[in-house]
Design a protein around this ligand. Structure first.
Ligand code: GDP
Ligand code: MG
Length: 177
């Protein structure tokens, strides 16, 4: 429950990164507006959405940034990362290559972001787990080695979407407040 007349205590910028078509925009739509679309267009132009929530009796505005289809050209600019205190590294659990690319995304993120940035590895599309191409052990091993939180989500059926964002935001709150 959020009282919209209440002052905002914190604004936390969180960036979504990962290959094209892994579901970044749909995760954001699910979290910010509880929406999902099957035929989502590639995102045009840098944009973010906000959601205000209460953590530890403080009003926190999450400002979640979504890549502008730049992921195809590996051209995400430093402005995108600037000021980010959290990041969701998203891959599609049915596409091995999107997981293989996580190391590269992580390196790029770490080159731009604050060293205390809270990072979560997100295996999206877990509703398609019969098509799984990345064993959960592989993901957990990578996450542990790189010191990342890890969660499997589905923007389609909502599994763990709120939980994942809330986990990241709570951890940011602990780290940066
Ligand atoms: P982005 O390029 O990373 O922003 O990916 P999008 O959010 O545009 O999603 C790409 C495609 O995957 C779209 O057709 C979505 O409907 C679909 N998609 C996204 N999330 C999920 C999910 O959790 N489950 C399934 N089955 N499809 C998804
Ligand atoms: Mg997108």
């Amino acid at each position: 429950y959020v009282d919209f007349n209440q002052k905002i205590d914190y604004v936390f910028k969180v960036v979504l990164i990962g290959d094209s078509a892994v579901g970044k925009s749909q995760l954001l739509a699910r979290f910010a507006r509880n929406e999902f679309s099957v035929d989502s267009k590639a995102t045009i132009g840098v944009e973010f959405q906000t959601k205000t929530l209460v953590i530890d009796q403080k009003t926190v505005k999450a400002q979640i940034w979504d890549t502008a289809g730049q992921e195809r050209y590996r051209a995400v600019t430093s402005a995108y990362y600037r000021g980010a205190v959290g990041a969701m590294l998203v891959y599609d659990m049915t596409k091995r290559q999107t997981f293989e690319h996580m190391a590269r995304w992580l390196e790029e993120l770490r080159g731009h972001a604050d060293k205390n940035t809270v990072i979560m590895l997100v295996a999206n599309k877990c509703d398609l787990s019969s098509l799984r191409a990345v064993p959960v052990e592989d993901a957990k091993e990578f996450a542990e080695r790189e010191n990342l939180f890890f969660m499997e989500t589905s923007a389609l059926d909502s599994t763990n979407v709120d939980t994942a964002f809330l986990r990241v935001l709570t951890e940011i709150y602990r780290t940066f407040s």
